[in-house]
Design a protein. Structure first.
Length: 673
């Protein structure tokens, strides 16, 4: 089975080789003479940056799509009846990776998932991804890493034309997709609008992603004809507005965000209730203020205050004639976060940051007996020191967190140290190393939620209880890596990591014989994740190639038999390949993106594995009218769910991940004004 995979990878390599050879043979361009210098990342932390140009050429519509192209980032979205969106780094998944927009964390839902597939890319300048524990600056949700989405505040080109007038600009995208196998269609509309004056600017971004879903009727002996969704119905909308006042003293801004998601899908595949549907409706709302005050060239203060709300309504409709039923649950959350930081450049070799953060959280709903509260405050400091003629940079830091006793929660105090370093022996080499202590406080969901998973047969029917006796997780994370420019032809990056976790919070079966099965959140004494990743990036005038591989292991210590066992839902091997080429004369961009994930263990202590996952897509785009108008055509799932290993129950990729769309062709237009 792996032979097919190897042949496809060799095909991608040969494809890129043919393009580079054709350039030299036709003397259209000399690669060595016209290459773009491969730059070394100047950040102390190993940071991956996805630019707006890379996002556009990859065909990504959302942040989730864009992140899938990174080898060390595992992204999963709603599929096969699962409406959760999750992202994991270094073997640490949902709840361990902090997602931010312009430095402000976005609201997660009750299960801890994040709306990465609901955030459009139209107004994104770039995305920064930092892997590894960064709890000093960003708190308990950053044990696995940080994703910071940087938006475009205005169109600088338009603004510079006439500083005395209000300049209007923006962009618009309209895309139509079609699945030949289902005869099903989908539509995506998005755009951004900018209004820039001498001091004030406004940026507005909106998107609507609509898939009507494909309904299918089947005959049932008891219920007669049953209609169910063979392909999920989705309506995803997003709106964000940001107003900023800028002056010599700094800036002051206010923003608001609204996101609405409705997903309807079939969640059972066998039995009399095959027509059962799950309706998943979530609404997010955010608003806040942020600003920056500049005292001098060497000292400034910035910060924000943000209110975040979340509403979830889940309904399970079992369609089985006289046995039909509907079960629903709802949850509501409210967060208020405040953050203020001062930045002081003490000298040419030292840059100091100190700040304070506080978060008030509350949650309520049908699964809670009453509204629950939690409060957390933190004081943190970090220093950036240059030594040895700027060749070595050392960044020590510490965070002090305090959670007072609120709503029955025990008071907790935690001191979190961190130190990282970057050494540049020459301008083409960067060596990085870091140690960070991480921590994660139990969420209100993990302490108080009673989740009744009573809409599936067999072991899928369970009740998950919260546990008020949970203690905070602690971890020790080690990272080391090297980045090397090779003759200005390509950049090679490699890094390894090790995370040792104490008191890992996990769902544990405490009564497997009862019906429904009883589960509870408990602390696992010891767990660890370790692995490595490497990538090769080349950036020539017309050809760009990115190849990446990530290896991940995650284990927990089982006291019952004194052995280390694999943690579930981790991808052991992951390979990504991206190729972009600009065809001479016709000046048309062509790109190929592919990813392969090895199979995953589905549940701790079992031998049940998912199938592997392989996806290949292609895009062609052409710009006209001084690059203001762009037409593009793309194909997703180009090989129609070709993969190499079935799941333990014989499920293939299409069946397990709910990829009933098969190959999807799409065409669209982007207009910039």
């Amino acid at each position: 089975m792996y032979k097919k995979f190897i042949l496809i990878i060799l095909y991608l390599f040969s494809f890129s080789f043919v393009f580079s050879q054709s350039e030299e043979d036709d003397e259209v361009i000399l690669v060595n003479a016209n290459r773009i210098t491969q730059e070394i990342d100047t950040n102390v932390e190993q940071k991956s940056v996805i630019t707006d140009e890379e996002i556009r050429k990859s065909g990504s519509k959302t942040v989730g799509d864009a992140l899938k192209n990174l080898p060390g980032v595992m992204v999963s979205n709603a599929s096969a009846g699962n409406s959760n969106e999750s992202i994991s780094m270094q073997g640490l998944g949902t709840g361990y990776v902090k997602i931010m927009i312009d430095g402000i964390s976005i609201a997660t839902d009750i299960s801890g998932s994040t709306p990465i597939f609901q955030i459009p890319v139209e107004n994104i300048d770039h995305i920064e991804v930092i892997k590894g524990a960064d709890s000093v600056l960003f708190g308990s949700e950053a044990m696995g890493g940080v994703v910071n989405i940087i938006t475009k505040q205005n169109d600088e080109e338009k603004k510079s034309e006439n500083k005395k007038k209000v300049n209007l600009s923006g962009n618009f995208t309209e895309e139509f997709g079609f699945s030949p196998s289902l005869c099903d269609w989908k539509n995506y509309t998005a755009g951004s609008f900018f209004a820039n004056g001498t001091h004030i600017s406004n940026s507005l971004t909106a998107s609507l992603d609509y898939t009507p879903g494909k309904e299918k009727s089947v005959a049932d002996a008891l219920a007669g004809s049953i209609t169910y969704y063979e392909n999920s119905k989705k309506i995803l909308s997003f709106l964000r507005d940001n107003i900023v006042w800028k002056d010599k003293w700094g800036n002051l801004g206010i923003y608001g965000l609204y996101a609405d998601s409705l997903q309807v899908s079939n969640f059972t595949k066998t039995g009399y209730d095959k027509g059962s549907d799950m309706e998943y409706r979530s609404i997010r709302g955010e608003s806040g203020v942020n600003g920056k005050y500049i005292f001098s060239d060497n000292f400034y203060i910035d910060g924000f205050s943000a209110v975040k709300t979340y509403f979830l309504d889940t309904t399970y409709n079992v369609k089985a004639g006289r046995f039909s039923s509907a079960k629903s649950s709802e949850s509501k959350s409210f967060d208020w976060e405040n953050d203020i930081r001062s930045h002081w450049k003490l000298s040419d070799i030292q840059d100091f940051t100190i700040g304070i953060n506080s978060t008030l959280s509350s949650i309520d709903g049908s699964s809670f007996d009453e509204r629950k509260y939690a409060f957390e405050t933190a004081l943190f400091a970090q220093d950036n020191i240059l030594v040895f003629s700027d060749k070595l940079t050392i960044v020590p830091g510490v965070r002090f967190d305090f959670s007072p006793s609120v709503g029955g929660n025990d008071a907790e105090f935690m001191a979190i140290p961190k130190i990282s370093a970057k050494y540049n022996p020459n301008e083409k080499t960067a060596i990085r190393a870091s140690y960070g202590m991480g921590y994660k406080t139990p969420s209100l969901r993990e302490k108080f939620w009673v989740f009744k998973h009573n809409y599936a047969p067999g072991t899928g029917n369970f009740i998950l209880y919260g546990n008020q006796n949970l203690v905070s997780e602690k971890s020790h994370g080690f990272n080391i890596g090297i980045e090397q420019n090779v003759w200005d032809l390509f950049t090679f990056c490699a890094e390894g990591y090790f995370n040792y976790i104490l008191d890992l919070i996990d769902s544990v079966v405490i009564d497997a014989t009862s019906s429904p099965q009883i589960r509870e959140y408990q602390n696992v004494d010891k767990a660890m994740t370790y692995g490595a990743e490497c990538s090769i990036c080349s950036n020539w005038d017309r050809l760009k190639i990115k190849l990446g591989y990530a290896y991940t292991q995650a284990k927990y210590f089982d006291d019952s038999d004194d052995t280390w066992k694999n943690l579930a839902l981790r991808v052991e091997h992951r390979i990504t390949a991206n190729l972009e080429y600009r065809v001479p004369v016709i000046e048309t961009n062509f790109s190929i993106n592919s990813q392969w994930n090895s199979r995953q263990l589905l549940s701790n202590g079992t031998d049940y594995y998912t199938p592997d996952y392989f996806m290949l897509g292609a895009d062609i785009s052409k710009k006209i009218l001084d690059e203001k108008l762009e037409f593009y055509f793309g194909v997703d799932n180009l090989l129609n769910n070709l993969h190499f290993i079935k799941g333990s129950n014989g499920e293939n990729q299409k069946e397990y991940y709910g990829l009933n769309d098969g190959t999807v062709v799409r065409t669209g237009v982007k207009f910039k004004f």
